[in-house]
Design a protein around this ligand. Structure first.
Ligand SMILES: [Zn+2]
Length: 174
């Protein structure tokens, strides 16, 4: 007997006047639509990518300063990254770094600016497989206003820094 038949057998049975058993139709399983899995921050990026701290080899947590505001900022900046991903024909994007707790940002090996937008969860460093970062920057410069982002002017670096801090100039030297 299949699992389904077994379930039917255990479900309520209607009995019609001629005693013919008519099984009640089981409630259909209603799929959850337009809801991301709890592991995902946006359709193509995970919370692990947003919160992983390579030097500490773990994800950031509340004791590091991770709070709802930081999470909201991360959601916003990763939503922009989704648009950038679309722009490049859905090529995979690798995250070098997104959220950095203050203490992590201050590590000499990280060398983050004291007021880095990464501390607020507003920034992402990334690269696109098979595309030079200088090429990515060149394409994004005229789109910074559209995406309402800033970008670091750092020729030759092997990552692209974008952030959603609203100050000018949008293309800035770190
Ligand atoms: Zn950065």
């Amino acid at each position: 007997m299949s699992v389904f038949e077994d379930a039917l057998k255990k479900s309520k049975i209607f009995t019609t006047p001629d005693k013919k058993e008519v099984p009640v139709i089981l409630d259909p399983v209603i799929p959850i639509v337009s809801t991301l899995s709890k592991d995902m921050i946006t359709p193509h990026f995970s919370w692990k990518e947003a919160l992983f701290l390579p030097t500490w080899n773990r994800m950031a947590n509340t004791s590091d300063g991770l709070n709802d505001q930081v999470k909201a900022n991360l959601t916003k900046v990763f939503s922009v990254l989704e648009e950038i991903r679309t722009l490049w024909g859905n090529k995979p994007i690798t995250i070098s770094c997104a959220y950095r707790p203050k203490a992590y940002n201050a590590l000499p090996s990280i060398g983050g600016a004291p007021k880095s937008a990464h501390i607020d969860g507003m920034a992402i460093d990334f690269y696109i497989s098979g595309v030079k970062c200088d090429e990515v920057r060149k394409t994004l410069i005229p789109l910074l206003d559209t995406f309402k982002i800033r970008m670091e002017h750092k020729d030759g670096s092997n990552w692209v820094h974008i952030d959603i801090r609203q100050s000018t100039p949008r293309y800035f030297i770190p």
